[in-house]
Design a protein around this ligand. Structure first.
Ligand code: NAI
Length: 465
């Protein structure tokens, strides 16, 4: 048995953990990071990155399919489209591989020691790791728990065989002819759309009355329209009940109380994720919980001295960029800097077709603060660049306080709007007023002009509408 000691030990090398370790290393903190699988965590290996690769490949394929069907305004004709899914998956794996190596390299460059294996707490200062070469004991002054989250399972439909999670859905070598998706949230719609574009017959079963229930209906309308155009059947207000006795169909209770049998080749269950709290010795610690999650304060400190927690294990929103920001902050705190969580917005992007971005408060949430608001919405139908991209569906919307025009929230739905999330986040973080956005020159012709115009609209003098 080997023993080492360090100032900072990070458990989990996902976006939260690896960023924390890199920053700590940069600041000269003697840091060790433990990871059982691969550097980069869920996001890089089986989440954000591979899903975006699959979504992009599906978009490219669908463009060709439309052209082959003579359905494009550009005058392009294509004989016949084809895809070799195994090659797509291999391309995706190469991207993941490059990023894995990249993260490992960054950790090394920052002087962080990486221990490969499964970590388990003995107590609040000691962790043991089962490595390939035996048990490694690590003693640390400070420990950061960054263990992430796992896909939620439906008790009557456990993962295995034809019932898959997003992990398996990102590595399918063959296209499922009939794909059932349970849950019309982020993952269900992002991957459901991709598979429909690749040629699967997709049905989505959502328990609540509408898709993407965390976004407002106006934002999700263009997405619902596109799902319909892609031939995706969406059953809202429907409850999956389990497989038939023969296991050949899924029984679903539809919104009108009727039972429907849905045949499938694969069932993708995407009903949310839960914090990864098992197997790493939580029971050896005395951590306060916040529902299912570990309770943290505004410095990501847990209820135990010297134990921090970051990322999905600490609650919503379970987004990689929140975890990264927490990781960076904790590293600086450990290095003696004065930091606390003072972010005004954590932008959320849904990579559906079209994409959705949300930063800050929605009109509904802003109203709940009790303040008068001013809202400006500008459609892409009036934006030249959107027209040239054949992407006129959607809009940008700005929500501001009526008394001083301080921007509270910005949302958009439209082709490629994920890249506008930076401008939205920056505007809110900088405490912008409508006049700041309206008064900044936005390059022409770009879709970002719709952002400026939405701010102008809220001020009552939009120019291009
Ligand atoms: P989600 O919370 O986004 O959506 C789950 C959906 O399943 C909800 O609409 C819910 O009403 C529905 N549902 C729950 N139980 C059900 C049942 N028994 N039958 C039918 N529908 C049911 O969860 P998802 O898509 O699994 O994603 C998990 C998390 O991963 C997200 O909350 C997000 O934090 C993260 N994520 C972020 C992405 C991004 O930033 N673009 C992409 C993918 C995931």
């Amino acid at each position: 048995m080997k023993e080492i000691s360090c100032k900072l030990l990070v458990i989990g090398a996902g976006p939260g953990g690896y960023v924390c370790a890199i920053r700590a290393g940069q600041l000269g903190v003697d840091t060790v990071i433990v990871e059982a699988v691969k550097a980069g965590g869920t996001c890089l290996n089986i989440g954000c990155i591979p899903s975006k690769a699959v979504i992009h490949a599906a978009d490219e394929y669908e463009k060709l399919a439309e052209m082959a069907a003579g359905k494009n305004p550009f005058g392009i004709t294509v004989e016949k489209q084809a895809i070799d899914l195994a090659k797509t998956v291999a391309w995706k794996d190469r991207i993941v591989g490059r990023l894995n190596t990249g993260v490992a390299g960054l950790l090394k460059k920052a002087g962080v020691k990486m221990v490969a294996g499964w970590a388990r707490f003995r107590d609040g200062k000691t962790v043991e790791v089962e490595t390939e070469t035996g048990l490694q004991v690590i003693r640390a002054e400070t420990i950061v728990i960054a263990t992430g989250a796992k896909p939620m399972e439906l008790p009557f439909l456990p993962f295995g065989g034809a019932v898959i999670s997003s992990t398996e859905a990102l590595s399918l070598k063959e296209l499922p002819k009939k794909l059932l998706v349970i849950g019309a949230g982020y993952i269900g719609l992002e991957l459901g759309t991709a598979y429909a574009k690749l040629g699967s017959q997709v049905t989505v079963v959502e328990a609540l009355p509408r898709i993407l229930p965390q976004y407002d209906a106006e934002l999700t309308r263009p997405v619902a329209k596109r799902l319909d155009a892609l031939g995706i059947k969406v059953l809202v207000g429907a409850k999956a009940r389990g497989l038939t006795r023969e296991g050949d169909a899924l029984m679903v209770e539809t919104s009108d109380g009727k039972d429907e049998r849905l045949a499938f080749d694969k069932i993708l269950v995407t009903v949310g994720r839960r914090p990864a709290m098992e197997g790493w010795g939580l029971e050896e610690l005395d951590l306060d919980k916040d529902g299912l999650f570990i309770r943290i304060d505004d410095q990501c400190r847990t209820s135990m001295r010297g134990v921090f927690a970051i990322g999905d294990v600490t609650g919503e929103p379970m987004l990689a960029h929140r975890a990264m920001a927490q990781g960076e902050m904790v590293a600086e705190i450990v290095a003696g800097h004065r930091r606390n969580w003072d972010k005004r917005s954590i932008p959320a992007v849904c990579f559906t077709d079209p994409e959705i971005v949300m930063a800050g408060l929605s009109p509904e949430e802003a109203k709940k603060t009790g303040r008068e608001t001013r809202i400006g919405q500008f459609p892409f139908t009036a934006n030249g660049r959107a027209m040239t991209l054949a992407g006129e569906e959607g809009f940008v919307r700005v929500v501001a306080r009526a008394d001083n025009n301080v921007v509270l929230g910005i949302q958009a739905v439209g082709k490629g709007v994920s890249e506008l999330s930076a401008a939205f986040g920056l505007a809110i973080e900088m405490g912008s007023r409508l006049e700041d956005i309206a008064g900044s020159i936005h390059a022409h012709p770009t879709q970002s002009e719709a952002f400026q115009e939405a701010a102008l609209k809220a001020l009552g003098h939009a120019l291009h509408i």
